[in-house]
Design a protein around this ligand. Structure first.
Ligand code: TXA
Ligand code: MG
Length: 325
């Protein structure tokens, strides 16, 4: 079956037809890709195990990798939580809706397939108007990983979604380019103090004021998934090798593509991103997709600044540079 695509313009008043169709697809156990303020998500009914299984199948996602559940408000989040820690409550009140995912103990109603058998669930209230309108219309919690084939580059446009998932998902809501461009920051509130499990749009400095510690990659509690799966070694990776270099002294090969944030004199296909962390992060996946599509044999990335605010960019580049097992 081809994927049904609905383009949503800037006027929310025109969205009602596509939104009610998308809500019906979700209610019936189907899959719908939709924009969020970070990247596109691939959604399914979070309380329907068969629906969630369709996400894993479409992405080729390992069953050991749990999925974030998207909620319309804090009340819905609490229904999915077995315990709602004080730290989760204050973070949610301060920073939701927004690019923050909170790990809390799960309620019994959350099927094991969502949490990869673990006792915690990851919850997020997105701020993107299309995501919010969809969650409101659907009236159910929506499990949604990033809308891309497992391990490959995440999607910041509808075209990126179709590149890997056309025909494998039921519907796509095209809401244009996602503004943030990098995934949400995942904070584990099932431990005290809460710790960052995956760097994302909110930086460690943004979260320090709420007592959140920066310890990504730390082993999960014994009863949860072994490690936070955003911490998988290889992830966010283009189809061709990617290397990060501190200078171009070694020179580029004939069919290299170059990703940089400054002016370079070279013959390669070049993508130049802004030299600020926010702008670079917003453009990163789009630039990687374009280099991949240009058919380069290798992507050479000039190492971005090692400065606060760049943590998520460095995390994604490090994982993208890992070769397959
Ligand atoms: O911005 C985002 O977070 C996007 C949009 C669509 O919301 N979603 C996203 O999902 O990036 P995904 O599946 O690509 O990454 C989900 C990450 C996992 O890598 C893992 O670190 C964490 O969320 N996660 C999900 N459930 C978890 C759980 N129960 N325990 C620990 N980590 C969990
Ligand atoms: Mg992902």
């Amino acid at each position: 079956m081809p994927t049904a695509v609905h383009v949503l313009g800037n006027d929310p008043a025109t969205w009602s037809g596509p939104l009610s169709e998308a809500a019906a697809v979700l209610a019936a156990g189907g899959t719908v890709a939709f924009p969020t303020e970070t990247v596109y998500g691939l959604g399914a009914h979070a309380l329907d195990p068969d629906a969630v299984a369709r996400i894993y199948a479409a992405k080729g996602r390992p069953a050991t990798n749990p999925i974030i559940v998207h909620v319309v408000d804090i009340a819905q989040a609490k229904q999915l939580a077995g315990d709602w820690p004080e730290t989760a409550d204050s973070l949610a009140r301060a920073l939701w809706p927004g690019p923050l995912t909170l790990i809390v103990p799960k309620a019994d109603c959350v099927p094991p397939i969502v949490t990869a058998g673990g006792r915690t669930v990851a919850l997020r209230m997105p701020s993107h108007p299309v995501a919010r309108a969809l969650l409101k219309e659907a009236g159910i919690p929506v499990a949604a990983p990033s809308a891309n084939v497992s391990e490959s580059i995440s999607s910041t446009t509808a075209a990126h979604v179709l590149k890997g998932l056309d025909g494998k998902i039921d519907m796509l809501l095209d809401g244009g380019t996602t503004p943030g461009g990098l995934e949400s920051t995942v904070v584990d509130c099932s431990v005290e103090p809460p710790v960052i499990r995956r760097h994302g749009l909110l930086s460690p400095a943004d979260l320090a004021a709420y007592g959140v510690k920066d310890a990504p990659g730390v082993l999960h509690a014994a009863d949860g998934p072994a490690v936070s799966p955003g911490m998988r070694r290889r992830h966010y990776a283009p189809a061709v090798p990617l290397v990060v270099v501190s200078s171009l002294a070694e020179g580029l090969r004939e069919n290299d593509g170059l990703l940089t944030f400054r002016t370079e004199q070279c013959a390669a296909i070049v993508e130049t991103l802004p030299d600020d962390a926010r702008g670079y992060g917003a453009g990163l996946y789009g630039a990687l997709h374009r280099l991949e599509d240009a058919g380069v044999e290798r992507i050479v990335v000039v190492e971005p600044p090692r400065a606060p605010g760049w943590e998520a960019v460095h995390d994604r580049l490090r994982r993208a540079s890992e070769r397959p097992d």
